[in-house]
Design a protein around this ligand. Structure first.
Ligand SMILES: Nc1ncnc2c1ncn2[C@@H]1O[C@H](COP(=O)(O)OP(=O)(O)OP(=O)(O)O)[C@@H](O)[C@H]1O
Length: 295
């Protein structure tokens, strides 16, 4: 069993932004979702775990090795798909993987060939292996990104916002790929897309303004909200009055009407119906709490 232990990590950038505020979490095998709005600090945390930047304070250990003192200990066991996998040289997918595999230290020719061919099959890119990566679609690039992250049999995979911009079919394909690999290693998925975490992750945390504000199993967190979410369709004009009177955690347009979700231990009456909570309700209720704390 792999174990990633993050202890009291803090990071303030030179411009004064506190991107990580005393973050502590322990993560073992399986898919772990890190959910949070843009700017919450997710990428900073991912880069810190990947030993690409140092925290100001705190410690990180992976399978007993100190990641900050000895970054090579995690780099050998890490596959990383960054938010911007920026460089796509004009060479074929096969040759780029071959090059990256050599950089990862897979020097035996036969072993490298076997691993690359298996990964191209697994990511459904084998038929496109001779195509130049810069001509790939967004979904193909993300699958290529996973193939390169899996080179060298890593024990920890970090994927930062992997499905942003993918169409539903590619997103589904990408989900299936991630869930296949997530059983025997740690897959850390950072995203602002609630459905990605709901569909894939056995454990999750929510990040807001640099801090981890909730951690648990998605199923349990949803269960904990049962009986506390109330729904009502209102006219747009009535929204402000409802916001003043109730804890409105989310609003969305549905068939021309504004649907609001309200958090309340008791039936608010006034035409509200009870609503079976989803992970969106967990997410929005915790973010609402955070905003109220900061007001
Ligand atoms: N190199 C940097 N210098 C200064 N501020 C930074 C730097 N990188 C990130 N920040 C700031 O730190 C905060 C956290 O950013 P981060 O990219 O970690 O968040 P995020 O949750 O990944 O958001 P996004 O999904 O938008 O990337 C933001 O306010 C961001 O503007």
């Amino acid at each position: 069993m792999n174990e990633l232990i993050i202890n009291n990590i803090n990071k303030t950038y030179a411009n004064g932004v506190k991107a990580l505020d005393d973050v502590s979490v322990t993560i073992t095998n399986g898919m772990f979702g890190l959910l949070g709005p843009n700017g919450a600090g997710k990428s900073t945390l991912m880069r810190t775990i990947a030993a690409l930047q140092e925290p100001d304070e705190g410690s990180i250990s992976f399978n007993g090795n100190d990641v900050i003192k000895d970054p090579s200990a995690i780099r050998r066991q890490l596959g990383y798909l960054p938010q911007e996998f920026g460089v796509y040289p004009k060479i074929s997918a096969y040759r780029l993987l071959d090059h990256l595999a050599i950089l990862k230290g897979i020097l035996d020719n036969r072993e490298r060939k076997e691993q690359i061919e298996a990964l191209l099959q697994q990511t459904n890119l084998y038929q496109d292996r001779k195509k130049v990566v810069s001509t790939f679609s967004g979904g193909m690039r993300q699958r290529f990104g996973i193939a390169q992250a899996l080179l060298g049999d890593p024990q920890l995979i970090i994927v930062d916002e992997p499905t942003a911009g993918l169409d539903p079919e590619e997103r589904n394909r990408f989900h299936n790929l991630l869930s296949e690999i997530g059983e025997n290693i740690i897959v850390l998925l950072s995203t602002h897309i609630v459905e990605d975490v709901r569909d894939l992750c056995t454990r999750m945390a929510i990040m807001s303004e640099g801090g981890l504000v909730l951690e648990g199993e998605p199923r349990q967190l949803i269960k904990d909200l049962r009986g506390k979410i109330w729904e009502k369709a209102i006219s747009k004009d009535a929204l402000e009055a409802h916001k003043a009177a109730y804890t409105v955690i989310s609003t969305r347009l549905f068939a021309g009407e504004t649907q609001i979700h309200v958090l309340s231990d008791d039936d608010p009456g006034q035409g509200f119906q009870t609503h079976e909570p989803g992970l969106e309700d967990v997410y929005f209720s915790i973010l609402f709490d955070q905003q109220s704390v900061n007001c």
